[in-house]
Design a protein around this ligand. Structure first.
Ligand SMILES: *Cc1c(COP(=O)(O)O)cnc(C)c1O
Length: 382
């Protein structure tokens, strides 16, 4: 079924095919060429990231992270249950046991206060997710991690161009704080390349090995820089780097990042202003942005009081050819992981699984469309 107002529509700046043509015509279309370097430099300079490496997805970036911190069978990794499967899969693939956190009451993001009680001798890392591009409480997480000597990996898939203000009043880009961070450029994210992602290495002990793992376990990158005479197999690895065709597409998006972000924030604010009064009156939970966080307008969601209330809203919007969708199903309760979960009840995560609804959110969504979504919802009384 096609909708008059779909949930997402990938935005093209118009320059994508121009740069893709350029990449193809230079004759270098495999990975780690001109556009890959331009994109990586952009992120390093713009956001104060450590070494940036484009990957074919955020999933791949997370898998690289799991290899880099040397996850082995029996290691435990703490992460939220209310997240995408890739957050967990990357570590499961290397034999880790995943220990799930519940969500916060005021926000679908993970409850940072639970972390310390779940740490055991086997815990190796905390994988946090900046849900909706809104920062986790990074001071809290880094303090616990430092105290227990754990790695911190930011799943920043949704968090491009968003910030955290720490206890010293310093504003840090999300993805610049943990030892490692992973971004996504999937077509459902703010900045896109169809499929695509990036690993950020803020702890330089991982930099050299990351290049090797990225290039199938070879020292090809140092060979091309003239640092070694020949290249060979020096470590385990895989093919994690995207082609220049993908990187050139991404470059067109990065050139327009400011415009894309401004437009999305305008839409987000229209929703918030238009819907707050109705939501408050009907006891519906609105997106929450803590004082230490910024909003990158990745997502606009509402949390209803029951599945039934949410279904009513989905149906109401569908009647006007508007597609709204729910989000994650708690991973601790999934078919795959249920029997491996330690049995703790994660009530908030389940609540968001059952009651959170995401509204259409994309660059080309018009003011009239936003107004229509708001007006249709306002016809509902709970
Ligand atoms: C989108 C997303 C991913 C996966 O990104 P891909 O680039 O599709 O692999 C991982 N984690 C979170 C939180 C996401 O939102």
């Amino acid at each position: 079924m096609t909708y008059k107002t779909p949930f997402n529509k990938p935005y093209l700046t118009g320059k994508e095919t121009h740069y893709m043509y350029d990449a193809v015509s230079t004759g270098k279309i495999s990975g780690n060429g001109k556009y890959t370097k331009m994109c990586q430099d952009f992120f390093e300079k713009q956001y104060g990231f450590g070494k940036c490496m484009l990957t074919t997805s955020c999933t791949d970036a997370l898998e690289m992270a799991a290899i880099l911190i040397d996850i082995k069978s029996g290691d435990e990794v703490i992460m939220p249950s209310y997240t995408f499967v890739s957050t967990a899969n990357a570590f499961i693939l290397r034999g880790a046991k995943v220990v799930f956190l519940d969500s916060r009451k005021d926000h679908p993001g993970m409850n940072e206060d639970e972390i310390e009680s779940l740490i055991t001798e086997k815990t190796k890392a905390i994988v946090l997710v900046h849900y909706a591009g809104v920062a986790c409480d990074m001071d809290k997480i880094m303090d616990v991690a430092n105290k227990h000597n754990l790695y911190v990996i930011e799943d920043a898939a949704q968090a491009v161009d968003s910030y955290y203000t720490n206890k010293h009043g310093e504003k840090k880009a999300l993805g610049s704080i943990g030892h490692l961070a992973a971004f996504s450029f999937h077509e459902t994210k703010n900045i896109i390349s169809g499929e695509g992602g990036m690993l950020v290495i803020n702890d330089s002990q991982f930099s050299d090995r990351a290049e090797i793992i990225w290039e199938k376990g070879t020292n090809r990158s140092s060979f091309f820089r003239g640092e070694v005479d020949k290249y060979g197999w020096v470590d385990m690895g895989s093919s994690f780097l995207p082609s220049e065709i993908i990187a050139s597409f991404l470059w067109a998006q990065l050139e327009n990042l400011k415009d894309i972000q401004n437009q999305r924030k305008k839409i987000w604010n229209l929703y918030y202003e238009g819907i707050s009064e109705w939501a408050n009156k009907n006891n519906i939970q609105l997106p929450y942005v803590p004082k230490f966080a910024t909003n990158n307008a990745h997502m606009f969601y509402l949390v209803f009081n029951s599945i039934k209330d949410r279904s009513k809203a989905i149906e109401k919007l569908k009647d006007s050819s508007i597609l709204s969708v729910f989000h994650y199903l708690s991973l601790h309760d999934s078919q795959y992981y249920k029997s491996k979960h330690d049995g703790r009840i994660l009530g908030e995560s389940d609540r968001y699984s059952n009651q959170l609804l995401r509204l259409p959110m994309y660059y080309e969504l018009s003011n009239d469309q936003v107004t229509e979504v708001i007006n249709r919802l306002k016809e509902l009384k709970y």
